[in-house]
Design a protein around this ligand. Sequence first.
Ligand code: KIV
Ligand code: ZN
Length: 524
Amino acid sequence: MPEAVKIFDTTLRDGEQSPGASLDAKQKVEVARALEALGVDAIEAGFPISSPGDFEAVRNVAKAVTRPIVAGLARCAKADIDIAWKALRPAGHPRLHLFLSTSPLHMQYKLKKSPEEVLRQAREMVKYARSLCKDVEFSPEDATRSDLPFLAQVVEAVIAAGAATVNIPDTVGYTTPGEFESIIQFLYKTVPRLKQITLSVHCHNDLGMATANSLAAVHAGARQVECTINGLGERAGNAALEEIVMAIKTRSKYYGVTTNIRTREIARVSRLVSTATGIIVQPNKAIVGANAFAHEAGIHQDGIIKQRLTYEIMDAKSIGLKENRLVLGKHSGRHALGKRLKELGYIQGAEELQKTFERFKELADKKKEIFDEDLLALVEENTAAPEEVFVLEHVQATSGLNMVPTAAVRLLKQGKPLCASATGDGPVDAVYKAIDRIVGQSHRLVSYSIQAITGGTDAQGEVTVQLAAYSRTLTGRGAHTDIIVASAKAYVNALNRMASLEKPLKPGGKKRLGLAAVAPAKKT
Ligand code: KIV
Ligand code: ZN
């Protein structure tokens, strides 16, 4: 049996550091559950000291999942470690993940510390973390730009202090596959003890090499890879989980290792993360992009028909994709709907299924052919849905050449109808201005995007909006055969998410826990 490379998912921590990706507590738990079903070995749920929201999220994830390790990030400072440990306590398998920079640049300018001080701090804080939690991981931040003999010294010291995993981050996405492989080989050679613990890697994608670098490290012996769904993450993102896993699976003979991932869950989790974060997957994205299994060239299509392997190295079914085929229609009953949803991985209770069925019927009245993608949009509208403070009851817009776009909207708030009308630059702008009038506040639209869920002129449009609120970005989604209605639904969905924030954070920054002794934690 080949050895398994552990998959450490950091979608909820580094992934959430993607510009514009912000998940509320409910969404984080939903994603964590999906990651557990996917079979990841560890979930990094957040950086508890960075905000009360992150603290709560780590705590909620720690309670929500049972099998995977739940990790919380902490700087090498007692207060960070204490808060992270407090958040992780409910976890079945908690892990404290400590980090401290080791590159000359970071030590001189960011930490203002000498290498000796950094070495001492790393050793002492790992020891301290081990006194609380038996599973401690240490990351020498900016490792790939560090002096290698010094890096080896730090690695040796933290292993001696009790770290069970040492993670080598390419923090700024600077390394190359050949160079990274040599770094890992150097560390194994210089620090023989490394063989007794897990060597992990964490690569960023600034030069588009995060996946290649991670795999080069695996080839050199690394046995944990830190990665994110859809490659989300700080700046250009992290190594994409789906790419790492499918490369290891597809090239199993070359790598000689395996993973514990149930690959058939990949498409579903990718879609869930995209829905929750509002970050759309680019069509040509490896593995999970809409075009990843599409064949356009005639010669390719012909080859595929004769023998799929001529132009396909993976089977779309292996990541859980099904054909875009007609499944249900106007005359389909609740039972057929429930059965199909189950096949798609969604098991709904009677009450939930009834609600989905009602929406399905409404859709079937407008759209003759209901595809799997339509069904997914229907159920995902309810995924981690915020409480419906505002319900969209009516929306009407007129627009055209040489006329002023005008909209009228009626929302229900606790059963009370609230109406407004407005003009705007276009019909969507007019609708949003009317909604803002109703709620008595205008909102900055950070982004607006629309995608057709399936082909055909009667396809549903799926609108994703991001609104700026309380120093964070809130995502809303809505799908409908009428794109103006879909746009209104997405906006109202984002407003409901905003209204459901327990304690809105003040503009100008995340509220910090009362820890005066520690410098404000920034997202790393
Ligand atoms: O990129 C990085 O260095 C990190 C560490 C905290 C692991 O995210
Ligand atoms: Zn990172």
